[in-house]
Ligand binder design. Sequence first.
Ligand code: DHB
Length: 388
Amino acid sequence: MRTQVGIVGAGPAGLLLSHLLHLRGVESVVVDVQTRASIEQTIKAGILEQGTVDLLRDTGVGDRMMRDGFIHHGINLAFRGGLHRIDLTELSGGRSVTVYAQHEVLIDLIAKRLDDGGDLRFGVTDTAVDGLESEQPTITFTHEGGRQSLECDFVVGADGSRTMCRYLVPQRQDFFRQYPFAWFGILADAPPSSDELIYAHSDRGFVLVSTRSPSVQRLYFQCDPETDVDDWSDDRIWSEFTARLAPAGVAPKDGPIFKKDVLQFRSFVCEPMQYGRLFLAGDAAHTVPPTGAKGLNLAVADVRVLDRALGVYYRSKDKGLLEAYTQTALKRVWRAQWFSFWMTSMLHRFSDASDFDLRRQIAELELVTSSPSAAKTLAENYTGLPLT
Ligand code: DHB
């Protein structure tokens, strides 16, 4: 088999790239170890930046998102007994975010690719990538019992945080940070507890009140990374949310919990994001802690840069933008690393936090909610810088 761009990974980065390249008339094949059902059902984050929303809509994959997603013009920061609204739209010059779950974006992208005759191979095994220094790299994999070899002009490693493609970049530098906590996430059949998201600082640790629909809510509380979800009954979970939100005057509306998971916290960047004819995109190259809701949006931004660069290459054989990929993508990656770290450190309770640290956090939250320029910094970064 032969294609122009071989893509390892059918997540947001891989599927969106395949879609964007198709619109330019560039062929691709996407392979993924997971089944289509598993990709379409795995619960991930749910906040789309303005630029992500615009891109999905403008390229014809935004119909369901526009219909079923919820546009949010503000978020609330809760601390020291009060709720403080950040007007995202006013502070960012008219931008907003949309609540629409990542797996719904994937459902839409898969449907569109298949509709457009795209070649997606799910459930592949034994994937190997070779010949990255040659003009003709190959992806070899087993699919439906047969060994396949795919010759490509370029390979894109969009295979997520469990990537194998990252390890094909020699002389890589990995930048890494661990956090001493995780998030306990739930999905519950319940009415919304708030019209807009609440990011809450509390003595018992952080809480995020998010939503999925008028009848399904997504909430998270800061927990120990070793937490076992089986130790947490619905009652115990709702009591914890209630205790953490009560000081801000918020009473979570409870209901049956149908999904419990623990999300690990890490900051990670791999440099460079390319080697020979391989380009890394999304979580294969970087991970952010979830507090800033940047993971999916960063994958979209990488792919936007890569799509442009590949477009120029196929039009004119000019490799300039491809060669600059790492440099271009990393600017936004490190900005998102800073923002996610900032939001995380401002809102979470660190186990070794002194009274000094707690008071410093409160001072920072007071700054962000009372100084228009500080609030503007939060709003601009939360809604996302324009895509280049
Ligand atoms: C959600 C996740 C986030 O990490 C975040 O910052 C906001 C919302 C969510 O899953 O809804």
